[in-house]
Design a protein around this ligand. Structure first.
Ligand code: C5P
Length: 229
């Protein structure tokens, strides 16, 4: 049987306020390329991904178009209008998916160093489990803190820091987004979990950092120099 088609979604419509940059965060350059170009190359390089739907803010649409043209990344890419939150932006992208799509991979534009290997690993696992996220076991001691006071020290062995990509069967993801519209979530798996679906966790990458503040750009520049990202 032919494996079901995969489409990718990149929410890239955030304001990126904590980066203090004039250009939208995904278009900030690390060395010679915008942040978005790095992860797009990894996704475009995977033959089973038929299309990449990117949510951008309407005011920046032309800037995104220009950057994608310049870096020759427009092939198999569609831009849609983002929403007020990440969740709304992803929901807008879901509305654009093709009928034959069986699986959806979601990856935050804020994580440039997505490797082709990690994309392939996530897709392989999704075809087995139906729902997969990547992540890494916590390395630091984790405490729950309220108003500046420690409430609890968590059992580190049980704590994982979750990254994107996250891949889901399309029917499952559409159901979760429709059912939990009013519950705010910072990742897609948390909505799918609410359906009672078991979500598989596979090992992500230490290079797959999320760029949030200007300090992250210091690490990003160092990572960009590594050949084996
Ligand atoms: O804000 P947060 O760090 O959770 O953003 C994660 C990703 O979601 C980023 O790539 C950002 O561009 C995207 N996002 C979006 N639409 C929003 C807010 C965030 O696409 N309204």
């Amino acid at each position: 049987m032919k494996p079901q088609a995969v489409e990718a979604i990149i929410p890239a419509a955030g304001r990126g306020e904590r980066l203090n940059s004039k250009v939208p965060k995904p278009l900030v350059r690390i060395d010679s390329k915008p942040i978005l170009a790095y992860c797009l190359e990894a996704l475009a390089g995977n033959k089973s991904i038929s299309r990449i739907v990117i949510a951008v803010s309407e005011e920046n649409r032309e800037a995104f178009n220009a950057a994608l043209r310049k870096f020759r990344l427009l092939k198999r890419v569609s831009l849609v209008s983002g929403g007020e939150s990440r969740q709304e932006s992803v929901a807008h992208c879901l509305g654009e998916l093709g009928r034959d799509t069986g699986f959806v991979l979601i990856h935050d534009a804020a994580r440039p160093f997505l490797s082709g290997r990690l994309v392939a690993d996530c897709l392989k696992e999704a075809r087995i489990s139906g729902a997969v996220v990547c992540g890494l076991p916590a390395r630091a001691t984790m405490k729950r803190v309220e108003s500046g006071w420690v409430k609890e020290t968590l059992k580190r062995e049980d704590i994982w820091e979750i990254q994107t990509p996250q891949v889901f069967r399309k029917d499952m993801l559409l159901k979760a987004y429709a059912k939990f519209k009013n519950i705010s979530a910072t990742d897609d798996a948390s909505l799918v979990e609410r359906l009672g679906v078991k979500v598989k966790v596979i090992k992500g990458s230490y290079y797959n950092i999320k760029i949030t503040t200007p300090e992250d750009l210091v690490f990003a520049k160092a990572i960009a120099k590594q050949a084996d990202v």
